[in-house]
Design a protein around this ligand. Structure first.
Ligand code: CU
Length: 158
């Protein structure tokens, strides 16, 4: 898959000097799968990006920041439901334990994209740069997709 390859490539580039050394002394790395940005109505103040973060390594990897061109601010959030109240809490980090996958999905963790500087159209791609705990960066290309389509058709979400 094209975008998958792109993500790996970016991670290796940022991981440093030598591709050849990657297998020996690997920078922390995540495999990112199924990234997407929720299509928001024109004039929306924010939207969110979702993806699955798989950690194939044997040490936990923290995502400590996110950035994207074209937005006033980008934050790591978790949606929570407390006493029937829906709210979002900014996260210092999202930890992906060794050998596990953490899903950023509606109703849970997400990358909050605040204050889009132009309208976002279906099919366009938002490039999101995730900052990892070891200082490396991971570039993710997330296509803008209607929620119903991204979530498999039934559109059910919280
Ligand atoms: Cu949020």
């Amino acid at each position: 898959m094209m975008r998958f390859t792109g993500v790996r490539f970016a991670a290796l580039l940022i991981g440093g000097t030598l591709l050849a050394s990657a297998a020996v002394a690997q920078a922390s790395e995540l495999d990112v799968q199924n990234p997407w940005v929720a299509l928001a109505p024109p004039g929306a103040h924010a939207t969110a990006a979702f993806m699955e973060l798989n950690n194939p390594g044997d040490e936990a990897v923290d995502v400590v920041s996110a950035d994207a061109d074209g937005f006033k601010a980008v934050e790591l959030h978790e949606s929570v439901n407390e006493d029937g109240m829906h709210r979002m809490i900014e996260q210092d980090r999202i930890t992906v334990p060794a050998g596990e996958t953490v899903s950023l999905a509606p109703g849970g963790y997400h990358v909050m994209l605040i204050g889009p500087e132009r309208s976002l159209e279906e099919g366009e791609t938002v490039v999101i740069e995730l900052g990892l705990g070891d200082g490396s960066k991971l570039e993710v290309e997330a296509p803008i997709t209607p929620r119903e389509k991204a979530m498999g058709g039934d559109g059910h979400m919280h």
